[in-house]
Ligand binder design. Sequence first.
Ligand SMILES: [Zn+2]
Length: 420
Amino acid sequence: MQVIRNATLADGRVRDVRVDGERVDAVGEDLDGETLVDATGKRLLPGMIDVHVHFRQPGFSHKETWASGSRSAAAGGVTTVVDQPNTDPPTVTGAAFDEKAAFAAESVVDWGINGGVTADWDPESLFDRPLFALGEVFLADSTGEMGIEADLFEAACERAADEDVVVTVHAEDADLFADAARDRDDADAWSAYRTPEAEETAVERAVAVGNDADATIHIAHTSTPEGVDAAKAGGATCEATPHHLFLSREDLDDLGTFGRMNPPLRSEARREALFERLADGRVDVVATDHAPHTREEKDASVWDAPSGVPGVETALPLLVQAASEGRLSFERVRDVTAANPAAVFGLPRKGRVEAGADADLVLVDPDHSTEIRGDRLHSACDWTPFEGLGGVFPELTMVRGTVVWDGESVADGDGENVRA
Ligand SMILES: [Zn+2]
C-alpha cells in the first residue's frame, strides 16, 4: 500500500493518507506502507469534480476530444468530468448516449454524461442508460430564439423528479436581452446585450417550474450575484465558472471575442459580488463550462464568433492561487470543487479524503505559483482567457489510486462512468 506522507488537508490537519487499490485505506499519523511522496508543506485535496464540460465529441473533434479534454482535466487536478449534451448528435436519445459513451471510454479521468432535452428528446431510451443528470436544459423565452418550450421543460422536470435525477438549467431569458446593443460591434457589446436581468428572471422561472414538479434544480454558470441570490431564494443549488469569478468586462479590451461566452462577462462590481458569494458559501459549486473553439473560429466579429472558453485545466490552479493569497479558504476550495458537487449529484464515494472513499487526490504546493500560458495546457484548444494570471498547478493527480499526472506528463488512465 502506498502512503502520501505529512500532507496538509484542506482543514489544516497534517496527516498521512494511505491508498489501497482504488480506495483511500486510512487517514492518520505515522501510517505503515511504502512512501509514494513526501507532501510536507503541501496541500492534499480531493480531486475536482467538474460537472460542466463540453468535450465536443462526437461531432466537433477539431475543437476537443475526450482524449485531449480528459488529459487537460488530469493535468489541472480534475478527476471527474460531466459532459453536456450539445454534441452532434445531441445526447437526447439512448443511441446518442451510447455513441458518446464509446468516446468517453478513452477518458483518462472518471466521467458522466448528461442527457439533453430537445424536441427530439426520447426519455424512454435515454433513461434506460446510466445518465448523470439532465443538462444543461434551456427554458425558452417567448421569442423562441433559444431553448425549449415551457411545456417540454415542465415535462422534463416531472420526468427527472420521477427518475430522481437533477435538472441542470442554463438560465437566460432572451426576452430581456438589450436589442440596442446590436448596433455595436465591440467585444463588450455581447455583455451589454445579454443582460444580468435576463439571468435573474430566467433563474426565477426555472426554479418555480422545478419546484412545482418536485424536481431538483441546479442552475449552471450563474454569472451575477442576482442569479445566485434567486437560485438560493428558490431552494436551488448553483454553480459559478472561473471566468465569471476571475474575469470581468474590463478584460474584454484584451480578450476581444475570445472573451465571448454565455452568460457573458459582467461588470467588475458584479464579479466581486460573485466572488464574495463564493468565499462565504452561497455559491455551491465551481464548474468550468469548458467550451473550446479554435483560434480561427473565435477570430470573428462579436456577433459571429462562437460562445465559449476553455477552463478545465486552470480552474483548480486559479482557486488554489486565490486560497494561497487568503482570498478564500482551502475548505471552500474543497467544498466547491469536490464535496458539494458530490453531494448535489449523489456521488457517495467521491469528493472527500477519507477512509473508504475513492482515491481521487490532488497534491498542490501553494508556494509554487506559475504563470498560466495557453501553450503549456493539454487541451486541443491552444489558448486560454486566463493567459498571464497566476495559478498553482497540481504536482500529482490520482484517479482511483492511479497516478494520471505527475507534474510533468499525463499517464494513460482508465476513466469510468461514475453512474455505471
Ligand atoms: Zn455549457
